[in-house]
Design a protein around this ligand. Structure first.
Ligand SMILES: [Zn+2]
Length: 238
């Protein structure tokens, strides 16, 4: 209903899934039984390097996944509302892609708008989480998977995306409850992947290379947000 709801369009890059050819090229049989690989592993130090390489290739295999339990969430307390499978790509992070960024978004609409468009296969975009103005959190894509939220394939692959209910032009969108809840979520994500809690690693959609999006906008209080993120106590607080 709201045409202005943020459309984190992935365009040509992200909707692509590995072709059959790519799957075959990286198939387990090819990696483990291939003559090149066997030859390399026989050669001492070079063999060690090759095995490490093989390990990485193995984890890059499509279809080698972590366990997926229906309805499971990565952030305890989040409500699971599955996004359409057209709006994200199956992956095995952090084994296939290093996760080192959190990308902050603003919906340009309501919490319900965000969930509605994320469930719409035509939207071709979704973030991992949506935070409501009262602090309620929904998870819509698993963190192991690549959500199409940044409009930049490498950034989608390396990041967790968090949408926030509201509008960039309305300061009243950003409530205390929202900042606090989102900060706890971001701190937990940083903890899980060893991401430093700083502005280099916690970025706005506007800072993603090549984006034409402006969210979270100038009214988003980064100093306050970072202060809250850093204040969250976690096992390995930094
Ligand atoms: Zn955005």
């Amino acid at each position: 209903m709201n045409e202005d709801v943020e459309r984190t369009v992935s365009e040509d890059t992200d909707a692509a899934t590995p072709t059959d050819g790519e799957r075959r090229r990286f198939s387990r049989r090819a990696v483990l039984l291939g003559g090149t690989a066997a030859g390399l592993t026989a050669a001492g130090v070079a063999g060690y390097a090759a095995r490490e390489q093989l390990k990485r290739l193995w984890w890059r295999l499509p279809g080698v996944d972590q366990e997926r339990e229906a309805g499971a969430v990565d952030y305890p307390g989040a409500e699971w509302v599955a996004a359409s499978g057209e709006n994200w790509r199956r992956a095995d992070r952090p084994y296939d892609y290093t996760v080192d960024r959190v990308v902050i978004h603003v919906v340009q609409g309501s919490f319900a708008d965000a969930l509605r468009v994320f469930r719409d296969p035509e939207h071709r975009a979704a973030a991992h989480y949506v935070v409501r103005r009262d602090g309620h959190v929904a998870q819509t894509v698993r963190e192991m998977d690549v959500a199409f939220h940044a409009g930049n394939r490498p950034y989608n692959e390396r990041s967790v995306g968090i949408e926030h209910e509201g509008f960039v032009s309305r300061a009243s969108s950003f409530t205390d409850a929202m900042y606090r809840s989102s900060a706890r979520l971001t701190a937990a994500i940083c903890e899980r992947y060893g991401i430093p809690r700083d502005r280099e690693h916690i970025v706005g959609h506007v800072e993603v290379p090549g984006t034409d999006h402006t969210d979270p906008g100038t009214l988003w209080d980064w100093d306050r947000y970072l202060r809250l993120v850093r204040a969250v106590r976690t096992r390995t607080a930094r």
